[in-house]
Design a protein around this ligand. Structure first.
Ligand code: ADP
Length: 540
């Protein structure tokens, strides 16, 4: 494809003959894009809500993932279509920014596209629809702000945070243990939170998992858990008051970077070399443990690299326990937790660079030989580990994703403590407000604004449908109730609790999450509507 200009300077596109077949223009382009977007949303629709279904995805190399998380489903679906990729991107943006609501945002965008299709059929220009959607989204965002509530919580009262995390977890596979997992997530976030600055660094929360045991055995450790063991089986399994040297240099003789050759032609030379090597190891161990000249005094070495058998043996002999092959990220976390410094050269080891931990222990699990290293009672407890147990690798992976969502929700609430009620109640309230506002607009946009209101109804409808209720009947009853009682907390009673009031059911969502959903979905749909030419090279 090439862009050229005619003699009047007007641009035109030159397409090679075989490529012409794959060009779509005008309404055809919009229709085809809309149907691609809708197809993606349709896949996620059945996963929405506490009674939503799970998806099983198999990767080309045979790995199976079972999940309910919208972002993960789309990420692993490996879609080809460009518009479908935009929907994947949409879910990812929600995940990056908010961490939760990834299914809802795609379902909302799908429903906006569906409504737009009907408007296009009625002859309304796509730009008018896009403008109408933009106005409606602003009304909806204002409305959620109006119906939002603030709640107070402090270190002593974290119950509201737990309740909100439970709402997130209730739609996941792990909902059996939602109370305990929500408590763990909130405790972890509170441990690393800076309540004054209203910020939470989630990087300080390590999520580790091990197959075996029950989900109920998942625990929060105020310290770091590393999937490693001591480098020698005879090294101590428990070290109290550990002084830890955190090293990024290998325990081996230095290797020149240029090519080198050592000629050994006599036994003496060999012996000398061996001796020199041993001396070298000896010096390294000495540097960590400390000598008469310099008192470093490390009682544990954590090393990013591996070490020679000879070094390992020597370390054991000199009573200096060591752990090898610890990843860079883990090393950083250990340094933060223990208040130590990462040391790149043995020469730089000094006592003040050592990390401190009250207890370092190795723990074995079940009948396997697998062991993990627990570093606890650290000098600076601002790094914690959530250690997940579960029956299978798939379960652990899904629990990790669910915990991630819960952590994000707790973090968002610490940043901004406004909430709206869930179960589709916020969407119904917005739909009513947008519908009422539509009459105020004299132009063609009012059709688009009304369509936006209808599209918002898709979320409660999907929730009702997925819970085995009659979608239209349930939605109209709830909508009527909201208007009659002037209560924006009425939503879909998915779990058959017996009340529609989401306040009584304690189903909360964050305000910023809901607003982000509306804004992101509108943005993507507007972008799709504005495409009127799809030119695909025939190579694809
Ligand atoms: P997402 O990935 O978008 O968070 P979920 O599958 O987690 O999607 O579903 C979230 C939706 O389910 C939200 O609209 C939320 O309000 C609703 N929801 C969660 N728990 C309940 C509940 N107990 N009763 C009714 N609705 C609920």
């Amino acid at each position: 494809m090439a862009l050229a200009f005619d003699e009047f300077g007007r641009p035109f596109i030159i397409l090679k003959e075989q490529q012409q077949k794959t060009r779509l223009r005008g309404l055809d382009a919009q229709k085809s894009n809309i149907s691609a977007g809708k197809a993606v949303a349709r896949i996620l629709r059945s996963s929405l809500g506490p009674k939503g279904m799970d998806k099983m995805l198999q990767s080309p190399d045979g790995d199976v993932t079972i999940t309910n998380d919208g972002a993960t489903i789309l990420e692993q679906m490996d879609v080809d279509n460009q518009i479908a990729k935009l929907m994947v991107e949409l879910s990812r943006s929600q995940d990056y920014e908010i961490g939760d609501g990834t299914t809802g945002v795609v379902v909302m965008a799908g429903s906006l596209l569906e409504q737009a299709e009907a408007l296009l059929d009625r002859g309304i220009h796509p730009i008018r629809i896009a403008e109408g959607y933009e106005m409606a989204s602003r009304i909806a965002v204002e409305q959620v702000e109006k119906i939002a509530h603030k709640f107070e919580f402090g270190e002593a009262n974290v119950e509201p945070l737990i309740q909100t995390c439970m709402t997130t977890l209730s739609s996941k596979i792990v909902n059996r243990c939602k109370r305990s997992l929500a408590e763990i997530a909130v405790k972890a976030v509170m441990a690393v939170a800076d309540l004054e600055r209203k910020d939470v660094n989630l990087d300080l929360i390590k999520v580790e998992g091990k197959v075996g045991g029950k989900l109920e055995y998942t625990e929060l450790i105020y310290g770091i858990v590393v999937d490693k063991d001591m480098s020698h089986p005879q090294m101590p399994k428990k070290i109290e008051d550990a002084r830890i040297a955190i090293l990024t240099c290998p325990f081996e003789p230095p290797k020149p970077k240029t090519k080198h050759k050592v000629d050994i032609d006599t036994v003496e030379k060999f012996e000398a070399l061996r001796k020199q090597e041993q001396q070298y190891f000896d010096e390294m161990v000495q540097k960590c443990k400390g000598s008469v000249l310099q008192d470093v005094g490390a009682t544990l070495v954590i090393c990013q690299w591996g070490f020679d058998d000879e070094a390992n043996h020597l370390l054991m002999h000199r009573n200096l326990p060591a752990v090898r092959w610890v990843g860079g990220v883990e090393l950083e976390l250990i340094a933060i937790a223990t208040g130590g410094r990462i040391v790149p050269r043995f020469q730089e080891l000094t006592p003040d660079k050592l990390g401190r931990a009250g207890l370092v222990r190795e723990k074995s699990f079940g009948t396997t030989k697998d062991r993990m290293l627990y570093i606890e009672h650290c000098a600076n407890s601002k790094a914690v580990t959530i250690f997940i147990r579960g029956g299978s690798k798939m379960m652990i992976e899904e629990t990790k994703r669910s915990i991630h969502d819960a952590l994000c929700v707790a973090r968002n609430l610490i940043r901004n403590n406004s909430i709206v009620y869930g179960g589709g109640s916020a969407e119904i309230a917005c739909s009513l407000a947008v519908e009422a506002a539509a009459d105020r607009y004299p132009g063609v946009e009012q059709y688009a604004i009304r369509a936006f209101a209808d599209a918002l109804d898709a979320i409660p409808m999907a929730l009702a449908e997925n819970s085995g209720l009659q979608p239209i009947e349930t939605l109209s009853a709830v909508k009527a109730q909201q208007v009659k009682e002037n209560n924006p907390c009425c939503g879909i009673d998915c779990n058959d609790v017996g009340t529609n009031d989401m306040r009584e059911q304690n189903v909360f969502e964050t305000l910023i999450g809901k607003q982000q959903q509306i804004l992101l979905a509108t943005q993507v749909v507007k972008m799709i509507l504005k495409i009127d030419d799809v030119i695909t090279s025939s190579d694809y």
